[in-house]
Design a protein around this ligand. Structure first.
Ligand SMILES: Cc1ncc(COP(=O)(O)O)c(C=O)c1O
Length: 373
């Protein structure tokens, strides 16, 4: 079946007990045993499993083409579970351009746990081959990357990781399963901040991991989820399941809007550079065209005139909202270097745009007046 159909029917059917078409929210933390001690519905305690979480995990696995999924309380909790599933002394290859929170987790939490990391520019996959060591267990890919939209070749990197005896995990938050299918391209694990496009309305935090196979590594992830307890709450799962139903349509609209905005910015005299994988001028366009079916709703722009000019532009917007995060209906703008750690490498004149679902002409009009001299 197609993603539009899977997104709607992949989580649940009508409720067997009541016929309700929309799912209920199950707040119960505990579930009744039969007289013989068995669990007739398979549920024991809400940290282990809950009907809303099971429904979310089911649709996530189906949409990503994986065998199993685990839902967490945030994207960061999902990423942390992957690192926790590794052991002290294990080595991880990270992209040089990566969500700063992923790097922060690696440097400030998991370095103390004995995990070592090497950051490489994954726009050239061969840099991954050079970074592999006998103790490398994981190659972490983020494509397109936050905030530079660097594109990495998932199929090539997954093949290199496997040849080196490592797994390949892909943060698919920005592309979504509608725009990119990492497991079909060879990845072993897919990570999502469901806070973004999957929730889709800026009103729920969550994270998820989807596994190609329900193997020993994923069993460790599952134990970290249920024993560690950073689980997604029932209402949060319900919201993400609801968001996912419109995901394919939203991603297409976000992508069309982002393309229109990127084309406008590309020729604007006060713009130094635009980063959007849908543009033919983007360094990773050929790879993106091969591995993506939609280029997504995120655009980064470097304003001519440096930091001051970019801050001025950000201050002048009227329709865009000055706020962090992404993936909701409202277009957001953020001076990214201000929120990242010093030395993150993000250019000081870079504004990150989460292109929403407004009419693109209105977004362009707003950016045009904000970019004036
Ligand atoms: C690419 C990417 N990965 C992971 C995260 C972290 O997700 P969360 O904020 O849900 O913990 C974010 C958040 O912005 C992100 O953009």
């Amino acid at each position: 079946m197609h993603p539009e159909t899977l997104a709607i029917h992949g989580a649940h059917g009508p409720d067997a007990a009541t016929g309700a078409v929309a799912p209920a929210i199950h707040l119960s933390t505990t579930f009744e045993r039969s007289a013989d001690g068995s669990l007739p519905h398979g549920y024991l305690y809400a940290r282990d499993a809950n009907p809303n979480r099971v429904a979310l995990e089911r649709v996530l696995a189906v949409l990503e083409g994986g065998a199993a999924a685990a839902a967490f309380s945030s994207g960061q909790a999902a990423t942390a579970a992957v690192f926790q599933a590794l052991g002290p002394g294990d080595h991880v290859v990270l992209p040089a351009s990566v969500y700063y929170g992923t790097k922060k987790l690696a440097d400030q939490v998991f370095a103390r746990w004995g995990l070592t990391t090497t950051s490489v520019d994954m726009r050239d996959a061969e840099n991954v081959a050079a970074a592999l060591r006998p103790e490398t267990r994981l190659v972490w890919v983020e494509t397109p990357s936050n905030p530079l939209l660097a594109v990495a070749d998932i199929a090539r990197i997954a093949a290199l990781a496997h040849a080196g005896g490592a797994r390949c995990a892909v943060d698919n938050t920005w592309a979504t399963p509608v725009g990119q299918q990492p497991i079909a391209l060879g990845a072993d694990l897919v990570m999502h901040s469901t806070t973004k496009y999957l929730g889709g309305h800026g009103d729920v935090m969550g994270g998820a991991l989807v596994a190609r196979t329900d193997d020993e590594l994923f069993q460790r992830v599952r134990t970290i989820q249920t024993a560690g307890g950073a689980i997604a709450a029932p209402f949060d799962c319900w919201l993400v399941v609801r968001g996912i139903k419109t995901l394919p349509h939203r991603v297409r609209a976000h992508s069309a809007n982002a393309m229109a905005v990127a084309r406008f910015l590309e020729v604007h005299p006060n713009v130094e550079a635009v980063h959007y994988p849908g543009l033919a001028s983007h360094l990773g366009h050929a790879i993106a065209k091969r591995q993506m079916t939609a280029f997504g709703g995120m655009v980064s722009v470097q304003v001519r005139g440096g930091r001051e000019a970019s801050l001025r532009t950000k201050a002048r917007v009227r329709l865009f909202t000055r706020a962090t995060s992404l993936g909701g209906p409202e277009s957001l703008i953020e001076h990214r270097a201000s929120v990242e750690a010093p030395g993150s490498g993000t250019p000081d004149n870079l504004l990150r745009l989460s292109i929403g679902l407004e009419h693109p002409d209105d977004l362009i009009t707003d950016l045009d007046q904000a970019l004036r001299d």
